[in-house]
Structures are given as C-alpha cells and as structure tokens.
Design a protein around this ligand. Structure first.
Ligand code: SIN
Length: 284
C-alpha cells in the first residue's frame, strides 16, 4: 500500500480529498489506496494535478478500460476523453440535474474521472450524493419492497433526437450521436456494490424512466419520493473546482449534479469514464 498518501473525508457519507499523490505517475500502492478510498467514500478529490490528456487516460486505465461517452463531443486529439464544456454565451450546462453516468447501459460505467481545465471565478461546483446512505435511511419496509424490484433506464429522452435539451440549439457542438440513443437497460432498484457488497439505491432522475412491469405514470410517485429522499443535503457533499482539480466518482455509489450558476463564464472539463459490469441485486 501507499505510505505517503492521506485521505481526508469532506462529508459524513460521501467524499474525501486524497493528498500526497501525483496522478501522472501513481504507484501500484497509490492505485490500491485510491480504489479503497473510492469504495469507502464514493467520490475522491485531488488538487493541483498536472495531468496531460494521455496521462488522464493512462490513470483511468489503471482501474478499467475506458468506456467512451458516446453522446458528448470528444477532445479532437483524444476520442477517449469527453468534453464537458459551457461557453460564456451558452445557457444550458451538461450534467445539470442529478444523475449517474451511463446507467442506461447493460454494464454501466464503474466510474468517471473529471479533470478541471478552465473554471469560472465563482460557481460551477459539482454536488455528489451517497446512494448507500440514501438506501440505509429508508424504512425496513420500503427497503424490502425495493429489493424485489427492477427499473428501466434509458438514454432516449436525454440524448435522443427528440430530447428537449437538443431542441433549441444551445447544445450544438457539445452533444453528438442522437441516432445512437436508442437503448434501455433494466437494473435492480437496489444493487449490490461489486466492490464492497453494500446495498445501493440505483435509480436516478436523469435516466430511470419506470419500474419494470409498471407504467411511467404508476412509477412516477414512488420515483419522485425516492428522488426527494435521496437528494437530501445530509447525504451530499459539494466540490469547488480549480484548474488542476480532479474528481473520481463511483457511478454505482453516487449521484452527481453540475451546478449551472456561472452565466457569462467559460467552464471546460475533461471526463474519462471507466468500464463497469452488469449489476446484481443486493441480497435481502
Ligand atoms: C457530468 O455530469 O459528468 C459533469 C459534471 C460536472 O461538469 O461537474
């Protein structure tokens, strides 16, 4: 294990800053310690990193192969890196609602590694919420009901040709491939985290459309309840970016939300998403 790295929690349930590591040249011990901290805290933060795009990809590949985000524009020289960009004149941001990346895939991405390249002077924070804490705080009765359920996740309404966010042209040049947004996946509502075995609530406002075997109308009241519950501030932490900051989150364990409060300023982030596996239901 690494003997120079330290982990400082930033929230009760989610988030920790890792000090004393250079992500451009991590040792095997560093990688093991980062993985453990990710499992313990759901999202880990690093400051003052100087990762080139190649080093960003190489760091991600120490965990799993890159799972290319097919709906975001990519860095022209590095198709593995998705650009999360908002120009001063643009109104909408990418990720401006609670979600978990790629939950519409049969094997959802394990994690996402976001590197800040340009940040606004103020605002543009990212919020994270713990899905382990959200699940643990539900009543035993609702927990037992949810453990027996599965839910449908889709990318059609967010990235497909008819997606509302694509209609006004504000996203032009930032999102791509609407014709590929045709797939749905069904996952347990309570998944067993592949690394820790802990139960995690696995529905999210960005991509979950309904419970399996239920209509959208029937699903909405219970989904809305779960979304209100899981987005309680008690389960959250908030990260303020500077150029060179890095966040690495576990998509099975957290939701995230990119705050859109920096009108007239540019924000440019590079995201590499790493592959995951099909998710199993948490044992009862
Ligand atoms: C995302 O949803 O992946 C983007 C998060 C951010 O820009 O803070």
């Amino acid at each position: 294990m690494s003997n120079h790295l330290s982990v400082e929690p930033v929230g009760t349930h989610v988030g920790a800053t890792i000090h004393g590591v250079d992500l451009a040249a991590p040792t095997a011990g560093d990688i093991a310690a980062i993985r453990q901290a990710l499992y313990d805290h759901g999202v880990v933060f690093f400051r003052g990193q100087t990762l080139t795009p190649d080093q960003h990809i190489a760091f991600a590949e120490r965990f799993a192969p890159v799972d290319i985000t097919r709906f975001f524009s990519a860095v022209p020289t590095h198709p593995q890196i998705a650009e999360v960009r908002k120009e001063p004149e643009q109104k909408r941001n990418i990720g401006g609602g609670w979600h978990t990346d790629h939950s519409y895939d049969v094997a959802p991405a394990m994690g996402s590694i976001l590197v800040a390249r340009e940040t606004p002077p103020l605002g543009g924070d990212t919020l994270f919420a713990s899905m382990a804490a959200a699940f643990a705080a539900l009543s035993p009765g609702l927990q037992a009901t949810l453990r027996g359920m599965r839910a449908v996740h889709s990318n059609r309404h967010t990235f497909g040709a008819k997606a509302r966010q694509l209609q006004d042209g504000d996203m032009a040049g930032r999102l791509r491939n609407p014709e590929l947004a045709t797939n749905d996946a069904v996952h347990p509502v309570v998944v067993r985290h592949p690394g820790t075995g802990k139960p995690m609530l696995y529905v999210n406002p960005g991509f979950t459309t309904q419970f399996e075997g239920w209509t959208e109308d029937e699903s909405k009241p219970l989904l809305d309840y779960l979304y209100r519950h899981a987005s309680r501030p008690e389960f959250q932490c908030r990260f303020q970016w500077q150029p060179g900051s890095v966040a690495f989150w576990d998509n099975r364990a957290t939701w995230h939300y990119a705050a859109n409060d920096y009108a007239g300023e540019r924000r440019l982030m590079h995201r590499v998403t790493v592959a995951g596996e099909p998710l199993a239901a948490a044992a009862g």
